[in-house]
Design a protein around this ligand. Structure first.
Ligand code: DAH
Length: 342
């Protein structure tokens, strides 16, 4: 190899020791091997100035140097890239043993949970949802439900009147009238919503939530009512739960019943929850009073109906073992977090 080629080779060897990155290797390689500007590339162009008899040896020498440089710098590039990759692995290393950052998760309010669960149960039996309004007229809340102005049953509910005509509904039963006025049987609706009464103690709140059920069709009887409620208590309180109907009074149903379920805490033996009776009162219900059907233009000789009203807070209190209704409204996250579906 001629002395000049040897010099270039030395320059490459010493220069390569200073290189610290694959990018530098790339630039360095270009400096020597670029076809137009690289030192070795330019040697090729010198060919024409070489004496013809020396050309073959010169060309061979340049080619050998080029081959060597390609291999040498190529190898350096591979090593440099491996080193860089290793450095990246080190820099991006994560400690998988570190505790994870926890994100506090919200959950649905127990009233919402119970409301959704009741809706799911009755939707499965073909009920549709009707949402009434919280402000009602005296007519829909009382009169049409067979509770005219001087009726003693009005005293059963302490009402917030907004004016002599308007009031905050005391019961979702008001929705029954709206539905029956608009729709002829068959009717099968479930009406959830807030209701208001001037009532405030450990188990009552001035605002609470009810779920009204109404079925109107031909040949509806108390057996249909009990069948549906049997299904309902099994799904909400557990398979072994039974129902029992006790005579009661509501102006809009005749006969009226109070529905108890067998105590899901003690299985009916008697405990603190069922006050030793083995039974827990869960809702009011009955066969829709003919007068109510007629008030809505439904022929009571052809059709009959069943209705029930479930207190959602009461259901949630029983289900989650809460003894003060205020816990449901104070919205203490620590308390609510514990009231998930068990
Ligand atoms: N509206 C009643 C109340 O708030 C509950 C009720 C009882 C609803 C019997 C009904 C029913 O539909 O048939 O106390």
């Amino acid at each position: 190899m001629n002395a000049n080629l040897e010099l270039i080779k030395q320059e490459i060897i010493t220069g390569s020791e200073e290189l610290n990155s694959s990018k530098e290797v790339y630039e360095f390689k270009k400096k020597f091997l670029d076809g137009k500007t690289g030192k070795i590339g330019m040697l090729m162009k010198e060919m024409k100035n070489i004496a013809p008899e020396e050309r073959a040896a010169y060309g061979k020498g340049v080619n050998e140097l080029k081959e060597w440089a390609l291999e040498f710098l190529g190898g350096l590039d591979v090593k440099m890239k491996a080193k860089e990759l290793q450095a990246r692995y080190e820099a991006e290393k994560i400690d998988i043993t570190l505790p994870a950052v926890t994100v506090a998760e919200g959950n649905l309010h127990p009233i919402t949970l119970v409301r959704n669960q009741i809706i799911d149960i009755f939707a499965g039996m073909g009920f549709e949802i009707f949402e009434g309004t919280e402000i009602e007229t005296d007519y829909y809340n009382f009169t049409a439900l067979n509770t005219p102005e001087d009726h003693p049953a009005r005293d059963m509910q302490d009402t917030f009147y907004l004016s002599p005509e308007f009031l905050l509904r005391t019961q979702t039963s008001a929705g029954q009238i709206h539905v029956m006025e608009k729709q002829q049987p068959p009717i099968k609706i479930l009406s959830p919503g807030k209701v208001f009464r001037s009532d405030d103690d450990a188990t009552h709140s001035p605002m609470f939530t009810q779920m009204e059920g109404l079925v109107v069709d031909k040949n509806i009887t108390l057996c249909d009512l009990q069948g549906m409620l049997d299904e309902f208590v099994k799904k909400i309180y557990g398979e072994g739960t039974k129902t029992r109907l006790r005579p009661s009074y509501f102006p809009f149903t005749e006969p009226s019943v109070e529905v108890d379920c067998s105590c899901f805490e003690c299985g009916g033996k008697g405990c603190k929850l069922c006050k030793g009776t083995g039974w827990i009162e869960i809702l009011g219900a009955g066969i829709v009073n003919n007068k109510v059907l007629e008030n809505c233009g439904i022929d009571s000789n052809v059709y009959s109906g069943l209705a029930f009203g479930i207190g959602i807070e009461r259901t949630a209190m029983l289900k989650y073992g809460i003894n003060n209704i205020k816990l449901l409204f104070e919205s203490d996250v620590k308390v609510l977090g514990q009231l998930n579906d068990k």
